[in-house]
Design a protein around this ligand. Structure first.
Ligand SMILES: [Zn+2]
Length: 634
């Protein structure tokens, strides 16, 4: 449907569904949504159902905003808000978003701001025109979340004109012929790393993930003819913020991609943190990067955040809905609805089908499902891991023995996901007495990544969410945690004689602060190094697991070496990936069951083994395509 026809249809639907006295001043296409501007916002907000009805009729996401003409100046509005809200509300910051006509009130005590039965908020809304929403002040301030907010405010006009362009492009008429569709493997098939898959119909092209291979720096097959030119793409969808899934998205922008990036809000923020950090690492090593911070800023401007369960048009014949994948904060299973339901295909991305200390298990329920693309990191027949509880018990027992003998425990972790889970395990272990209470030092990006977790509690499992918001119960704020935020403090920790735990990056010991602790503590057999994550072939971590006895390094330009006498151990079971049993159970419990499965994201033997076993067990057509192969599903 063309742009004008869509607006016309919306107008007709409004005339039919809205009471006569309600006026809509203007209708605009903005990115994937239709925006209605009105002076009578209350009508839409009180009867939330009316928006859903309109949306179903016009087959687009519909949002409603206050007509800008009736919005008072933010400065004036702020004055009124601070006057009208009682002091016990503890208002911190206010964020006015002209983009949505909303004002977000950050408060220490949201209940007092809202008032009995919403009385204070209602009065406020009438007075200022802006729609107030109240959020609790994030328990740990995050620099990244703050910077993304400021960036979006500063680039408001650029973003608005960008969203309008996206809206117009989306409204183009699809070809009338029967729909066809296929998926092309562009990276991360029969391997782990450089994930990329292209979804194509005769009308649309959507790229799912665009990652780097952290081991070798290999890129996806960018020169595959179906991907070029890059501005022929309608959308880029990012499943989650790990660099093997999003590390090369800025490169697409640098070389000509002009469209939007879809992901959840926490994925956007974590991705920003990871990409900027990757630039820092490249600069430190005096290498030339594939992109710069300008490309990352551009990416933030062009990201359209989606909430789980919210369906959005991303191409003339493709609608996207994201669901929890249970892997890291904001990680999503991406479900694509093609044409008029001609075909439904879901990509799991990296996925965990077990309740972890951070997340609920991956979503298994979809309205419709024909094809599933599933990961196979631990898809081999022998890839069985202990449960979270077993892993936790083993971890606590080990930590207790090391600390009990006066040793220091060094745990290499990824900044995102594993470190927050280890924090929860240690906090509970020390609170309940299974582990002696000692300081837990956090070094590297861990603290900032944790802050982003607490800014998005709705993406965590319900128990943790409640804990975060209960005064004095937030496990991340426990006094056992100390942030190492300067080289001086690091030296103090390194030289201290007291037992302690250090969580530090990088997770596979390929660099980062963990190396300094390792060098200092390796010669002493009282200390211990404990791995809680996968150590890839070729990494220093893997060599240590294999029994390396001496490590050489460069100290102020001179080669040096240390003997490795500290104890080295591994606890399995903290992975963010499903093991073989969880993958099989996931497919068993899918509702509905798909007719076809494509396996990706796993070493060749594991991917092939999982495909064969899924076919045998469930009688579903399953295969593990090679990179550059295309599978037609429609
Ligand atoms: Zn991942």
């Amino acid at each position: 449907m063309s742009q004008d026809a869509l607006i016309e249809r919306t107008r007709a639907t409004l005339a039919e569904l809205l009471p006569h006295e309600v006026e809509v001043e203007d209708i605009e296409l903005e990115g994937p949504q239709i925006v209605l501007y009105t002076k009578q916002l209350d009508v839409f907000l009180s009867g939330a159902d009316i928006l859903r009805q309109i949306s179903e009729r016009v087959r687009r996401r519909v949002v409603v905003r206050t007509d800008p003409a009736s919005l008072i100046d933010p400065k004036e509005a702020e004055k009124l808000i601070r006057e009208m809200i009682p002091a016990e509300g503890e208002i911190n910051q206010l964020f006015f978003e002209r983009e949505t006509g909303q004002v977000t009130i950050e408060a220490g005590s949201p209940g007092a701001v809202i008032g009995r039965g919403g009385s204070v908020l209602k009065a406020l809304k009438r007075k200022i025109g802006w729609v107030p929403t109240v959020v609790r002040t994030p328990p740990i301030p995050s620099k990244t979340v703050e910077e993304v907010r400021i960036h979006l405010r500063n680039y408001f006009d650029d973003r608005q004109s960008f969203l309008r362009k996206v809206g117009n492009r989306l409204a183009r008429e699809p070809l009338p012929e029967k729909l066809w569709g296929r998926a092309t493997a562009l990276g991360g098939f029969r391997e782990v790393g450089r994930s990329a898959c292209l979804l194509t119909t005769q009308n649309s092209k959507v790229l799912i993930d665009c990652g780097i291979d952290p081991g070798s720096d290999r890129t996806p097959f960018f020169n595959a003819p179906e991907l070029l030119p890059l501005d022929s793409l309608d959308a880029v969808v990012v499943t989650h913020a790990h660099l093997d899934h999003c590390g090369l998205v800025p490169v697409l922008l640098k070389y000509g991609y002009k469209g939007p990036i879809y992901c959840t809000a926490p994925t956007r923020d974590l991705m920003t943190l990871m990409l900027l950090d990757a630039i820092k690492v490249v600069n430190q090593e005096a290498r030339k990067g594939l992109y710069d911070s300008g490309n990352v800023r551009d990416l933030v401007t062009r990201t359209i955040p989606l909430r789980w369960g919210e369906t959005t048009d991303i191409a003339p014949d493709i609608r996207l809905t994201m669901h929890n994948a249970g892997h890291i904060l904001g990680s999503s299973i991406c479900h694509f609805h093609l044409g008029q339901g001609d075909h439904n295909i879901a990509f799991t991305g990296d996925m965990k089908y077990e309740r972890t200390w951070l997340f609920d298990p991956a979503n298994v329920r979809f309205p419709r499902l024909d094809t599933l693309v599933i990961e196979s990191t631990y898809g081999g027949a022998r890839n069985i891991q202990p449960s979270r509880q077993q892993a936790t018990d083993e971890f606590c027992a080990y930590a207790s023995s090391v600390l009990g003998r006066g040793g220091k425990l060094l745990v290499p972790v990824f900044a995102v996901g594993r470190s927050q889970e280890m924090m929860l395990v240690l906090e509970q272990g020390m609170r309940e007495g299974q582990v002696p209470k000692v300081p837990v030092y956090l070094d590297g990006m861990i603290f900032e990544a944790t802050a982003i977790h607490t800014a998005y509690p709705e993406y965590l499992n319900s128990q943790l969410r409640t804990q975060i918001f209960q005064e004095g119960d937030n496990p991340f704020l426990s006094d056992i945690f100390r942030r190492v935020d300067s080289p001086t403090m690091r030296s103090e920790v390194l030289d201290s004689n007291e037992p302690c735990v250090v969580l530090a990056t990088s997770g596979m010991m390929s660099g980062g602060p963990v190396m300094e602790y390792f060098r200092a503590w390796a010669p002493n057999r009282t200390n211990a190094l404990l791995f809680v994550g996968y150590q890839a072939e070729g990494t220093f971590g893997r060599r240590l697991q294999r029994g390396l006895t001496e490590a050489s390094f460069v100290d102020s330009g001179k080669p040096a070496s240390v003997p490795i006498r500290l104890e080295i151990a591994t606890v399995e079971g903290f992975s963010g990936h499903s093991d073989r049993n969880q993958l099989m159970n996931y497919v068993r419990n899918l509702d509905p069951r798909p007719r076809q499965i494509l396996v990706n994201h796993g070493e060749e033997s594991r991917a092939v083994d999982l495909a064969t076993s899924l076919h045998r067990r469930f009688g579903i057509g399953a295969q593990a395509p090679l990179n550059l192969e295309a599978v037609r599903f429609l």
